[in-house]
Design a protein around this ligand. Structure first.
Ligand code: NAP
Length: 282
């Protein structure tokens, strides 16, 4: 009789991890695929990250997610990065390939896959509000997906300028920076406008005051904030634009990680249902 193979162990390292719904989404996908695998949410203090990564190597984790505040600090602890991770300078998903740990950034890809339900970003003019971790990953992936031009608008102009110059130099796509003041007039040629700030996260009524009057009908407003609706999306819809919520991005980035780790196409509907249940929406 051959010995049973051990259960594969995956997980997320972050601080805090309580309330992170990824465990429920990934375990729903393991169940749906009939895989003998578990996913654990692990709290890791910043000073313990290097030890935690050595432990994950020793324990043979086939895949890991990395979340706030470790996405940048984990980079030097890895053997290789994908182009998206190199461009964004941050990693949120790791795969073990042989003895190597390879880092990717799936936030931007998850965003682009979720956007593709309404339009392909190729040749689009995109406006990204924010210049933090999520914004950087989204700008990188929009550039890799062939957008014509990107404007990065941020309250702290220096951060927008840094993101714009790095991603423009890395991809050849024109990326400009803009000072976000309130109210801010959204450029009239925008096809896709992204709220990639934290505004709307803790206060559902929170909004950056935007003047949509220059933008033609039928643009797409996409929010990264993990909620089915936000003041940003409602305002955009009132101006005749279409909305993409942040739940889709979260599901899609989990789908991408699952597929990369296992080679199996996960059950997206089961993942979305698990996410909505965990967030008290379903
Ligand atoms: P971050 O690195 O801390 O960046 C925060 C950004 O928000 C900065 O650009 C900051 O501007 C801006 N900001 C904060 N308060 C503001 C205000 N009152 N007015 C204008 N701008 C303001 O955060 P992050 O990691 O990028 O996360 C951003 C959001 O993305 C969070 O809500 C997070 O939950 C969400 N997220 C969602 C997904 C998903 O799958 N849906 C994935 C990743 C992240 P300054 O630079 O001027 O401070």
């Amino acid at each position: 009789m051959s010995p049973a193979s051990p259960t594969s162990l995956y997980g997320v390292l972050g601080l805090p991890v309580a309330g992170n719904p990824t465990q429920e989404m990934i375990e729903a996908a393991f169940d749906a695929a009939g895989l003998d695998a578990r996913y654990v949410s692990l709290e890791v203090q910043p000073e313990a990250l290097a030890d935690a990564m050595r432990g994950a190597r020793a324990l043979g984790f086939p895949g890991l997610h990395i979340t706030v505040p470790h996405k940048v600090e984990v980079v030097p602890l890895l053997d290789r990065l994908t182009p998206a991770a190199q461009l964004s300078g941050a990693v949120n998903c790791i795969k073990r390939e042989g003895e190597e740990l390879v880092g990717d950034n799936t936030d931007g890809k998850g965003f682009v896959d979720s956007l593709r339900e309404l339009r392909d970003p190729r040749d689009a003019v995109a406006v990204v509000i924010g210049a933090g971790g999520a914004a950087r990953a989204i700008v990188a992936e929009l550039a890799l997906a062939g957008t014509a031009r990107i404007v990065v608008a941020n309250r702290t102009l220096g951060k927008a300028t840094e993101v714009a110059s790095q991603i423009s130099a890395g991809t050849g796509v024109p990326v400009e920076s803009a000072q976000l003041t309130e109210p801010w007039t959204v450029p009239g040629d925008a096809d896709v406008v992204v709220n990639a700030t934290t505004v709307g996260m803790s206060d559902p009524a929170g909004r950056i005051r935007l003047d949509w009057s220059q933008v033609g009908d039928g643009a797409i407003a996409a929010d990264v904030v993990i909620a089915p609706s936000t003041a940003f999306l409602r305002d955009a819809e009132e101006h005749g634009h279409r909305a993409v919520d942040g739940l889709g991005m979260l599901v899609e980035q989990a789908v991408i990680g699952f597929r990369w780790w296992t080679g199996i196409e996960p059950d997206r509907a089961a993942m979305r249902a698990a996410l909505e249940h965990e967030l008290g929406l379903g």
